[in-house]
Design a protein around this ligand. Structure first.
Ligand code: SF4
Length: 279
């Protein structure tokens, strides 16, 4: 699909967080819009998605000149001795296809490798994140990379997020990051139908696994209902994977392979790990 790419020059790049990003002081979005266009994306139902005429997933605004802005903003926060705990990204994917060319995320990481925040959480679906292992490594324990792996079944992934990167590439990225010593988690969020072998496939790839279902969309599942996500499940799947306490059932399945210390339910699974925040 052709993506409509335009450029924007924002006044600021760090956004002070409110409500749902508990534990963070700022969110950092290198782009507006997202070419992955996941069917269940809660941003579709936010002002960013709703007030644009074009359909979500067909457009991306590239934020220009933001590395300099980030540098200034971080230095100012440091001067004021404020804590800086950053979530990248809350309403876009920092490693969507346009990042290959634009490298906005990379330039932001270059700044953060130099003027380090107290903690940076990187949330993505893209194996492109491995390109930046050199910069992520400079942050040591002050970073965690979370890669969404909702399922191990490609036919399921294609049904719910056809433009997002293939699952095997995401698993490979988790392995590469871990081997490079970068703290990593798999976000099985929102959990989609997966095979019995899925927990085993994650073995050795992650420091922790975050588990969530569609109730973690910031509205207890209402946004997801409005997006008619239930229609994407086939009849038999729906009962097991969409209705009832899916989060608990998925946790139990993963718990057959992973100890409870490695499993973490959302929203806690998207918060900074406690260990990283210790002085
Ligand atoms: S990758 Fe994230 S921001 Fe992009 S469409 Fe999917 S859920 Fe939304």
């Amino acid at each position: 699909m052709k993506i409509d790419v335009t450029e924007k020059t924002p006044q600021k790049i760090l956004t002070p967080t409110s409500g749902f990003l508990e534990g963070y002081t700022h969110s950092l979005n290198p782009y507006i819009g997202c070419a992955f266009g996941c069917s269940y994306c809660y941003v579709r139902q936010s002002p960013v998605g709703l007030f644009r005429k074009q359909e979500w997933g067909t457009w991306v605004d590239v934020k220009k000149g933001v590395a300099e802005k980030l540098k200034k903003e971080l230095l100012l926060l440091r001067k004021k001795e404020k804590q800086v705990v950053i979530f990248m990204s809350s309403s876009t994917d920092p490693y969507q296809p346009v990042e290959h060319k634009e490298q906005v995320t990379r330039t932001l990481l270059e700044v953060m490798a130099e003027i380090q925040p107290d903690f940076l959480f990187v949330q993505t679906r893209s194996p492109m994140v491995t390109r930046d292992i050199d910069l992520l490594a400079k942050l040591g324990e002050k970073v965690m990379v979370s890669i969404t792996v909702e399922t191990d079944l490609e036919d399921v992934r294609k049904r719910f997020s056809p433009a997002a990167p293939p699952i095997p590439a995401r698993l490979k990225a988790l392995r590469e990051l871990r081997e490079a010593g970068i703290p990593v988690q798999a976000a099985v969020a929102p959990a989609l139908p997966f095979s019995d072998r899925f927990p085993e496939k994650l073995t050795g790839l992650v420091d922790r696994i975050c588990v969530d279902d569609f109730t973690g969309d910031g509205s207890g599942g209402k946004r997801t209902n409005r997006l008619k996500i239930g229609e994407r499940f086939d009849g038999l799947e729906k009962e097991e994977w969409y209705e009832g306490d899916v989060q608990r059932r998925v946790w139990d399945k993963l718990n057959e392979v992973f100890s409870p210390e490695k499993l973490i339910l959302s929203p806690e699974g998207f918060m900074p790990p406690k260990k990283s925040m210790e002085p």
